[in-house]
Design a protein around this ligand. Structure first.
Ligand SMILES: Nc1ncnc2c1ncn2[C@@H]1O[C@H](COP(=O)(O)OP(=O)(O)OP(=O)(O)O)[C@@H](O)[C@H]1O
Ligand SMILES: O=P(O)(O)OC[C@H]1O[C@H](OP(=O)(O)OP(=O)(O)O)[C@H](O)[C@@H]1O
Ligand SMILES: [Mg+2]
Length: 281
């Protein structure tokens, strides 16, 4: 039975369970349950703190896990990213009072408060910057106000928390995070794990793409399919109406309205968009 760690609470918890449900896996009905068996798929889910997930996967006690890239790096455990899951996006950044520290160069010698000491220490070491790292559990923005630190290093999403604490971002992001599927480094080949990975890839494609269908005069087919090349190739079928063909192709959801306008201007008609619920490419 495949054993998978997923976040029991926090930002990543809901979207992780939602994605697994979309991939056809059973998820817990009660948010207090810590284990959920999916016998039909021969998989067992363990609901754990996202910070601990890389530890369980790195040790080999669990086969796969869903956590944040920043938490994976912070744990420093022998696990690697198998797939970017495209949710839980955030940056990890330095911030400080603008009048005290305003550039990365000025961070040297300062006290940096963070709940991610592994990420920060690695970043400083890579750049040869010497600074004191103060490990806190959360709400690190308060550390500057309370005089415990000069700089914070934390997850930034909207930036509202930093603004409210009177802090300004310093430099470029230390890293860009999102939810990732992780596995142990050098894990042996596992057909069941590969199947789960393919299912999640299928969900990502189904979310990113829509199916576009339209009719177009045969003489415009080359120009129309240049707008809708699909992933492998568009499907072209004959129509009862002479001189016209029907085309079907997958199109990026974000681009579909622009492409529909261009197809209409070209002379295509009966242009229809449908959602993709699942796929294996
Ligand atoms: N707006 C956000 N705030 C916090 N973490 C976020 C946000 N967006 C994405 N994340 C990611 O969520 C993970 C942190 O999850 P975690 O459950 O530890 O914190 P949380 O969602 O803030 O919950 P809590 O602090 O209540 O325990 C990190 O990978 C982080 O990058
Ligand atoms: O840029 P924003 O949209 O404001 O979001 C980022 C904030 O959200 C998280 O805090 P959380 O509420 O999880 O509290 P915590 O520090 O106790 O984890 C994170 O640690 C930042 O403080
Ligand atoms: Mg938090």
């Amino acid at each position: 039975m495949l054993r998978i760690a997923i976040p029991n609470k926090g930002t990543l918890s809901g979207p992780a369970a939602e994605m697994l449900r979309e991939a056809g896996y059973r998820q817990r009905a009660d948010s207090r349950d810590l284990v959920c068996r999916d016998d039909a798929n021969d998989v067992e889910f363990f609901y754990l703190r996202p910070r601990d997930i890389a530890v369980y996967v790195g040790s080999g006690d669990l086969d796969l896990g869903i956590t944040g890239r920043d938490l994976l790096v912070d744990a420093g455990s022998p696990a690697e990213e198998a797939l970017d899951l495209d949710f839980g996006g955030a940056t990890f950044r330095f911030a400080a009072r603008a009048e005290a520290v305003s550039s990365v160069e000025q961070i040297a010698g300062q006290r940096i408060a963070t709940a991610y000491p592994g990420v920060v220490e690695r970043h400083l070491a890579d750049r040869g910057i010497k600074a004191e790292v103060i490990r806190l559990d959360g709400a690190v923005e308060n550390a500057v106000r309370l005089g415990v630190a000069d700089v914070v290093a934390d997850v930034v999403s909207t930036g509202a928390t930093l603004r409210q604490a009177g802090l300004t971002i310093i430099g470029e992001p230390i890293l860009r995070s999102s939810a990732v599927l992780i596995r142990r480094l050098d894990a042996p080949a596992n057909a069941q794990a590969d199947q789960l990975l393919r299912r999640l890839q299928g969900v990502l494609v189904a979310r990113r793409y829509v199916m576009l269908a339209y009719n177009v005069p045969t003489e415009l087919l080359v120009r129309a399919t240049a707008l809708t090349p699909g992933i492998d190739s568009p499907t072209v079928s004959s129509l009862h109406r002479e001189g016209w063909v029907a085309v079907q192709a997958m199109v990026l959801r974000d681009e579909v309205h622009r492409i529909m306008d261009e197809l209409y201007d070209l002379g295509a008609r009966a242009i229809l968009v449908t959602d993709i619920h699942a796929c294996r490419l």
